[in-house]
Design a protein around this ligand. Structure first.
Ligand code: SF4
Ligand code: SF4
Length: 343
């Protein structure tokens, strides 16, 4: 008996759940010869484009913190909701409807997993891997996360997309730390350079001493660097992408949080505050977030240079930062010295 047209059914259901594009790959090249893989892009353009009620399951993270006049640290759009968890939840609903004849052990839903998600997506024509190393889709550029379902039956591989970055180098030029290589250097067609140790995003979750070039160009980020994505022509005009399906929004956070709030909590308290959000994930060290917050304050000039402090909480902040310096923990000491010296 012929199988139902799973390709159409899954594509229809996933699109209905807010995925911007859906493709299929043969599992063979990815070590799964018996399987095929549905791979989909879930837009993370984040703003309140969704008319559905928002809930992180953590009311404290949804509290509106009064940051008016205070020094704040910014959260990148992709981290303002728990898009990975949300995408998995939505794919569960897709699988429940589409794969009724199969048990949950027959298929596997994934996102932010150990699978080579970008390679799968590029092989299935969901997009191409740009010079910034990110999967870039036609529908919403790189402003998306990847999620998919390992399926227990074969589906023909979709064709890879034609084209790619071409001669564009905007992300290379926009990267504040040179993590995508020297903007002036010649680059072969398709050649990608990524110097992990220079990438702000790489360090954002790690509580370690930062390379000087990274620490000094941290900017006001609490979490998430998007400079290379902001520069990408494939992302322009995509920010408004989704007419997202109605449904629960997961792990919503504000665009920024007051630094004094972040430094006024213990790492454990911060973990509890962020539970259910993207910043609550285990691999994001909460001490790293506090270090980032100190650097964010440094970028706004924490010391009074004679013209007066910029924010109403500057004096209190300086005292808080000094407490972190006095812990003697090297990443805190490094950030605090930058902040307190006004570098
Ligand atoms: S995330 Fe930021 S630091 Fe990393 S490559 Fe992109 S622009 Fe550069
Ligand atoms: S900015 Fe240009 S070079 Fe970089 S990923 Fe986008 S298209 Fe490619």
């Amino acid at each position: 008996m012929a199988l139902p047209d799973y390709r159409s059914i899954l594509t229809h259901l996933a699109t209905d759940q807010g995925f911007s594009a859906v493709r299929f790959a043969d599992g063979g090249p990815f070590g799964m010869p018996e399987n095929s893989i549905m791979i989909a892009a879930f837009p993370c353009t984040t703003e309140d484009e969704v008319s559905a009620p928002a809930s992180s399951g953590n009311t404290s993270a949804e509290e509106s913190l009064n940051g008016e006049g205070a020094c704040v640290a910014a959260i990148a759009p992709f981290a303002r909701r728990n898009y990975y968890r949300e995408a998995v939840g939505r794919l569960k609903s897709v699988a429940k409807t589409a794969l009724t004849g199969f048990s949950s052990g027959d298929f596997r839903i994934f996102s932010n997993s150990t699978l080579s998600e970008k390679s799968i997506a590029s092989s299935a024509g969901l997009g191409f891997i740009g010079k910034n190393g990110l999967l870039t889709t036609i529908e919403c550029g790189s402003l998306c996360i990847l999620a998919g379902i390992v399926l227990p039956f074969p589906v023909t591989n979709d064709a890879p997309v034609a084209g790619g970055c071409g001669s564009c180098r905007s992300c290379v030029e926009a990267c504040p730390t040179g993590a995508l290589g020297d903007p002036a250097a010649k680059r072969g067609e398709g050649e990608r350079i990524f110097i992990r140790e220079r990438c702000i995003q790489y360090w954002a979750s790690r509580f370690e001493v930062l390379p000087e070039a990274v620490a000094s160009r941290w900017g006001n980020r609490l979490y998430g660097c998007t400079a290379c994505q902001d520069a990408c022509p494939f992302n322009r005009e995509k920010a408004e992408f989704p007419r997202r399906a109605r449904g629960p929004v997961t792990g919503k956070l504000d665009k920024a949080l007051p630094v004094s709030f972040l430094l006024g909590k213990t790492a454990e308290e911060l973990g509890a505050f962020f539970r259910g959000t993207a910043l609550g994930m285990k691999w994001i060290e909460k001490t790293a977030l506090q270090r980032n917050a100190i650097l964010a304050a440094a970028s706004r000039t924490l010391v009074d240079r004679g013209a007066g402090a910029e924010w109403r909480d500057a004096e209190n902040l300086a005292a808080l930062v000094a407490v972190f310096r006095d812990t003697g923990l090297a990443p805190f000491v490094q950030a605090a010295e930058i902040a307190l010296s006004g570098r």
